[in-house]
Design a protein around this ligand. Structure first.
Ligand code: NAP
Length: 307
């Protein structure tokens, strides 16, 4: 029977444990982790993401600072705000919600964030540290959440064939790098990949981060494979806007060994990992030990799903 990997429940438990650790930090060290979130423009999806991130940060006991800038904001003004937040002792993590409007260079903005406060892990220094497998550096939230789900579900991944569909800097590339570090044999596929269905059918682990509604049907999936659906696509069905993934859930669950649903899979884990990265950044800034066992603590009394 296919396991449905319940990212929503896992994320809730992880957030609760992060909240517990923040409570300790506040009481013992009189430190409250602070997350600054910058939103440029009024894109509805980005507004929802930013609201969720800020709410969940507050619920976990963090300070949350929100900055909403007009879509027409000049680049220098945004860079000035980042510079100020870099020097603000109450802010330990800075997130700039992407995408940004055309007058602003994403690369310039990402590079302006102090790497220690870059809780998205997009700064080239963090990208390099993660890609080289140094064990240091900030792992981007979505791939980090996917790896947590995979590790929890599969345990050992050594020697497994993994296919990452998508090669963006924020999901596909770091995901492939992390799977490689877990000793998987990794293929990265993209819009120029030939015989995509065949590539998918070879994969023991299939991670899709494309952004195309139900592109992957059950007939593209190897029986028993573990499927992580990162895609978030808004579709109108029965007069309502719904979120669906890149994977056709109903046909895929007939074949896969385990699968993440959309919504309720990777999305909640991404936000939990953002809080985790903010807590880790706070500990680093005060040279305090980070509780490395936080994930196993959060999920410790949960039965590990058999692959
Ligand atoms: P992106 O930057 O647009 O990258 C999409 C990737 O998919 C590109 O590498 C592209 O190939 C590839 N692609 C597009 N059409 C394809 C096709 N027909 N066949 C094969 N490959 C194809 O997107 P992203 O930022 O990585 O996000 C991907 C999806 O994940 C989106 O739906 C996004 O909303 C979602 N997402 C979810 C979370 C979460 O927390 N759940 C977080 C981040 C993103 P080329 O490089 O060749 O163009």
């Amino acid at each position: 029977m296919t396991n449905i990997i319940d990212g929503k429940a896992r994320a809730a438990r992880l957030r609760a444990e992060i909240g517990r650790q923040i409570g300790i930090l506040r009481q013992r060290d009189l430190i409250t982790p602070g997350l600054a979130v910058i939103l440029v423009g009024e894109e509805p999806a980005s507004q929802i993401y930013v609201r969720n991130k800020a709410n969940q940060a507050r619920e976990a006991g963090m300070s949350s600072f929100e900055y909403r800038l007009a879509n027409s904001v000049p680049q220098d003004k945004l860079l000035g705000l980042i510079e100020r937040l870099n020097g603000d002792p109450e802010v330990h993590g800075i997130l700039v919600q992407l995408p940004l409007p055309p007058q602003v260079s994403e690369a310039r903005v990402i590079q302006a964030i102090d790497p220690v406060k870059d809780i998205d892990g997009f700064h080239p220094i963090n990208v390099g540290l993660v890609a080289t497998g140094s064990g240091e550096g900030v792992v981007p939230c979505t791939p980090l959440g996917c790896m947590m789900l995979l590790t929890h579900h599969l345990g050992e991944m050594r020697g497994k064939r993994a296919l990452v569909l998508g090669r963006s800097n924020i999901v596909g590339k770091p995901m492939a790098s992390l799977l490689l570090q877990a000793d998987c044999t990794v293929t990265t596929a993209h819009s120029a990949t030939h015989s995509l269905a065949d590539e998918c059918r070879r994969a023991d682990i299939l991670v899709s981060a494309v952004g195309r509604e139900s592109m992957i049907g059950g007939d593209w999936i190897k029986p028993g494979a573990t499927v992580i659906d990162v895609g978030i696509n808004r579709v109108e069905r029965d007069g309502k806007v719904r979120l669906v993934g890149d994977v056709d859930f109903d046909s895929a669950r007939e074949v896969a060994g385990a699968i993440t649903p959309v919504p309720g899979g990777v999305g909640p884990m991404t936000i939990a990992c953002l809080l985790l990265n903010t807590l880790a950044a706070t500990c680093r800034q005060y040279r305090l030990p980070f509780p490395d066992d936080i994930v196993s603590r959060a999920w410790e009394d949960e039965v590990v799903e058999a692959p």
